[in-house]
Design a protein around this ligand. Structure first.
Ligand code: C2E
Ligand code: CA
Ligand code: CA
Length: 588
């Protein structure tokens, strides 16, 4: 008879009934040994009896509390005939390897004799039971693995989707509320505190989610740092918002990892859907989109999915269509953000940041169109425009301001870097504008580095030979193996602003920046801190040996006319800087 996870109990009952009949006994039972609990657990019996639930139930018996017959079955390896008052019991162990996994028992009258043959048959039957038991257990484990996240024990994506399918079936009560959570900048924990610490952190977050949500809500982990909560029962937007805010508060509290307090922000997106009107995948996608929108706006907040996000696709198409024309039509502009020496305020360089004055959509930030450019083969063209414009700007400032020493930071997209002849085109641009290689610093993200390491290395090496500087941007957020750093001709690490913004308040961020500083020292690289917003961060940076910085505290990115005044002055007045009179550019 086929027996699986779903049917095995029924099959067992039936088999026991047949055995009772065949061996002409009064009762049969099948019990499994739970060695973790040191208990014997009733699986099936014939004839069925009522077992009271609870700890006193005879269905689950601790071996030490059980009578001598049961106690004997814990590790017994051979079939035995045992005498009980008025009864004779044939007890046959279920064996799996050298473990006794249970007992098949046949209970007859006291004068029931058990022949050798009968005992041999029972041994074979017990072996079959043991096999089924092992298979059922394995199936159960596989099923558990498929429906649970192995790290946190929370529901898996598959379990989540099946549950949502059920909730969203037409006719079921709605709306169904889905909360999509993403921890901000978790990757860095992995990189700098190690996998174990990051795993521990994720587990703690999982536990907190279980605590804030009622046991009936479904809490899932989709891998990485993404978690989903589905509120049990119909939920109003107000319910969902309240819960999301609560989750954000609780999950955002610091976790102590090896004595260090680490806290990450949480971005939460909420989407509500009516059963019968939306699929599980679409609802989950909406919650994800809402979360992404929160992230784009800086993260650590809560947001609803809105219909506007549906129009995102249209907006993107429009951006795609208009971008090519804009590159020729003067709708793109560059702003420049100074990079200063944090001790003196001296302006060491400026970073060129592109903006798009879209005739209809208004000023667009690079986040809105850079990836469109990359996905439509416009990245190279856009990149050329940026580089040309930035080089021309630097050449013009140099002409106007004799003795100017300034490095122009230019962001290079991954696609651009691997285009054929990239280094040649940089070289010819420098030549045309009379610039030295060392006056330009190309900023590449870590991700580019992993893309095509060999090719990237070759291109960067040729640029290095021309004196061009190379910085790794947003350091700490990407996926490059730190080992790659050694093999690439890189000058500078730019610490991602996410770690700098709260440096004065976050011990965890200080640990990370500290590790980055350590790396920089051991690889002989320069450090630049991005995203300096608070004066409190500066002493920490200086103490860690990071003397170069950018950020709103010093100056936001500004149009070229404004920045021209700054570079002419040569430095920004910093309240904490000494040794220089006034006359510098006022900070901010
Ligand atoms: P990024 O290279 O990391 O540039 C720094 C970003 O941080 C800029 O955003 C800047 O405005 C912002 N920022 C500067 N100081 C602070 C601060 O104190 N606090 C905060 N919260 N933000 C600060 P922006 O201009 O929106 O640029 C975003 C990203 O777009 C850039 O990040 C860069 O990756 C990309 N990008 C910008 N221009 C170009 C370009 O010409 N080519 C390419 N390929 N990418 C570009
Ligand atoms: Ca940059
Ligand atoms: Ca950056």
């Amino acid at each position: 008879m086929p027996a699986d996870v779903a049917t095995h109990r029924e099959v067992f009952d039936r088999v026991l009934e047949l055995l009772a009949d065949h061996f002409e006994v009064d009762a049969c039972y099948l019990r499994y040994n739970d060695h973790d609990l040191a208990a014997t657990v009733l699986v099936a019996e014939w004839p069925p009896q009522a077992h009271s639930p609870g700890p006193d139930s005879s269905a689950v018996l601790q071996f030490r509390d059980a009578g001598p017959i049961m106690a004997d079955s814990e590790n017994s390896k051979d079939p035995r005939v045992l005498a009980a008052p008025g009864q004779s019991i044939a007890a046959v162990p279920l064996l799996w390897g050298d473990i006794t996994t249970g007992t098949l028992g046949l209970v007859g009258a006291r004068d029931r004799a058990w022949t050798e043959d009968e005992m041999e048959s029972l041994r074979l039957i017990a072996a079959l039971f043991a096999q089924v038991q092992a298979r059922v257990r394995a199936e159960g484990e596989l099923r558990y693995a498929a429906y649970h996240d192995s790290l946190t024990g929370l529901a898996s994506r598959r379990a989540l989707l099946e549950y949502l399918d059920e909730r969203l079936r037409p006719g079921n009560p709605g709306p169904v509320a889905v909360l999509f959570l993403d921890l901000d900048r978790l990757k860095a924990l992995n990189d700098f505190l190690g996998h174990r610490a990051a795993d521990t952190y994720l587990c703690r977050i999982g536990e907190r989610l279980m605590q804030v949500n009622r046991p009936v809500d479904v809490v899932a982990r989709l891998g990485g740092d993404e978690f989903v909560v589905v509120l049990a029962g119909p939920a109003t937007p107000a319910d969902a918002w309240e819960r999301a805010a609560q989750i954000q508060r609780v999950v955002g509290e610091s976790v102590s990892l090896d004595g260090q307090l680490v806290g990450r922000g949480v971005s939460l997106g909420i989407a509500l859907g009516e059963p019968g009107e939306i699929s599980s995948v679409a609802l989950l996608g909406r919650a994800d989109q809402a979360m992404m929108a929160v992230k784009v706006q800086g993260g650590n907040s809560v947001g609803f999915f809105t219909e506007d996000m549906n129009h995102e696709g249209e907006r993107r198409t429009r951006i795609e269509l208009d971008l090519r024309a804009s590159i020729d039509d003067d709708h793109l502009i560059l702003e420049y953000q100074p990079e200063v020496d944090l001790r003196s305020g001296a302006i060491l360089g400026v970073e060129a940041l592109v903006r798009w004055n879209h005739p209809v959509l208004g000023t667009l930030a690079p986040a809105e169109f850079i990836d469109v450019a990359e996905s439509t083969n416009l990245a190279a063209e856009l990149g050329r425009w940026v580089m040309e414009t930035a080089c021309a700007q630097l050449a013009s400032w140099k002409k106007k301001i004799p003795g100017l020493h300034l490095v122009m930071g230019i962001n290079v997209s991954p696609v651009q870097l691997v285009t054929v002849g990239f280094d040649e085109s940089v070289a010819s641009m420098l030549r045309r504008h009379g610039l030295r290689g060392a006056e330009v610093c190309l900023e590449i993200t870590e991700n580019v580095v992993v893309g095509d390491l060999r090719r990237t290395r070759a291109t960067l090496s040729r640029l290095e030979r021309r004196g061009v500087r190379i910085a790794i941007d947003d350091f700490g957020t990407g996926y490059s193996s730190l080992g790659h750093l050694k093999s690439l001709p890189v000058d500078t690490l730019k610490i991602d602003k996410g770690f700098v913004q709260n440096l004065h308040r976050s011990e965890g961020d200080r640990v990370i920046v500290n590790s980055i500083a350590g790396l920089a020292t051991s690889f002989g690289l320069d450090l630049v801190a991005e995203g300096i917003e608070a004066e409190g961060a500066v002493p920490y940076l200086l103490e860690l040996g990071c003397r170069r910085g950018q950020g709103f505290l010093l100056s936001a990115p500004k149009p070229s006319e404004v920045v021209e005044g700054m570079v002419r002055a040569g430095y920004i007045d910093l309240p904490w800087a000494t040794g220089r009179g006034s006359g510098g550019f006022r900070a901010r």
